[in-house]
Ligand binder design. Structure first.
Ligand code: PLP
Length: 356
């Protein structure tokens, strides 16, 4: 039986993506060959690469002057590629969680890092709002969705310096004004494809401003120049990503995804707030993520957490255990998560409340 998959990443993909990717694994376009065994320079694969990049541009309305790269290495590789390519003297970072923290750690290798604000002392349960980005920073780095803690920056902020965003876990979940960002990047395994491909949306004219030599594989200019084909790209995850993006388009694009996502999130948060057993980890409603919904059991029911997980597992739910640094529960309700699975979780929460 298919499970209700609430995993944080790698995570749920649409049946459309899985079905079409499986077909291409067995036989790509009736070629008698698998997507896994053809050259990345073949006509078939070049068409897949082109269409995937074009779908990024169409769905996110990416203005001219930006490139879309599909690389290996994960979002974590970007934690070092960003400062390697962009940090000359000083960069500003917003510390909103474990991933932001890892990005900060890498940047410190390359220069001065000004952490303009941090919510670490409150276990990252809110998004800091009072801070100033120094005007002489080479860029300002933010993590728009904090996958582990369940907070999210939902507006595209105005920023006087180059704004760089890790959107690993909320890309395509809402409309984004790409023109406000110098760069957006993320791993695929939350809202796009199986793990293995990383997207980078980058404004071409921010490059070439640092003094250091950059190894070819870490140099955005080389990847732009070679159209993400400097080395063998992750062909299979790119193929899967293409199908996810086709499906988004078919469903009405990012606007339609956003409508569904806020509806799913609203229902689930309403139940968390209503249910006498649970409490949201995120007090400020504006900061609550529409992708990763974190909640815990109220103090008086704490010893029932394992029981609830077992109860939910019995009902066909998977991946609900919260990250080890937070505890409790985390329901990741990415784009591919149907309304019906969110409703099933809500019913399970209600049933458990009755049972206790
Ligand atoms: C999952 C995640 C990462 C790490 O991605 P990798 O591809 O495993 O390197 C980084 N940032 C955020 C916000 C994430 O959710």
């Amino acid at each position: 039986m298919k499970k209700h998959n609430f995993a944080a990443g790698p995570s749920i993909l649409s049946p459309y993506t899985i079905q079409h990717t499986a077909e291409g694994v067995l036989d790509l376009n009736q070629s008698g060959l698998s997507i896994m065994e053809i050259s990345h320079r073949s006509k078939d694969f070049m068409a897949i690469m082109d269409e995937t990049q074009q779908l990024f541009k169409d769905l996110l309305d990416i203005p001219s002057g930006y490139s879309v790269l599909l690389l290996g290495g994960g979002a974590s590789m970007q934690f070092c590629m960003v400062p390697y390519n962009l940090l000359n003297t000083k960069a500003a970072y917003l510390d909103t969680g474990a991933w932001a923290n890892k990005a900060i750690k890498e940047a410190k290798i390359f220069g001065e890092v000004d952490v303009v604000a941090s919510s670490k002392e409150s276990t990252y349960s809110h998004i800091p709002r009072d801070y100033k980005v120094p005007g002489d920073a080479d860029y300002f780095h933010i993590t728009t969705n904090n996958t582990i803690y369940g907070t999210e920056i939902k507006e595209d902020m105005d920023c006087a310096v180059n704004l760089v965003a890790d959107m690993s876990s909320d890309i395509f979940s809402r409309p984004v004004d790409v023109s406000k960002y110098a760069m957006i990047y993320g791993g695929a395994q939350k809202n796009l494809a199986p793990a293995g491909v990383t997207f980078v949306i980058i404004k071409d004219d921010i490059l070439g401003k640092v003094d250091r030599a950059i190894p070819s594989m870490l140099d955005y200019r080389i990847h732009i120049d070679k159209d993400s084909m400097f080395n063998t790209p992750p062909c299979l995850p790119i193929y899967a990503a293409m199908h996810t993006l086709r499906w988004y388009k078919e469903q009405g694009g990012v606007e339609a995804m956003y409508k569904r996502n806020i509806e799913k999130a609203r229902k689930l948060y309403d139940e968390i707030d209503r249910n006498s057993l649970f409490v949201s980890g995120i007090e400020n409603v504006d900061d609550r993520s529409i992708m990763n919904v974190t909640f815990v059991m109220k103090d008086e029911f704490k010893e029932k957490e394992a029981d609830f997980l077992a109860f939910a597992t019995e009902k066909g739910m998977s991946g609900l255990k919260g990250h080890r640094s937070v505890g409790g529960f985390r329901a990741s309700i990415y784009n591919a998560m149907p309304q019906s699975s969110v409703e099933a979780l809500i019913e399970t929460m209600k049933a458990f409340e009755k049972k206790i």
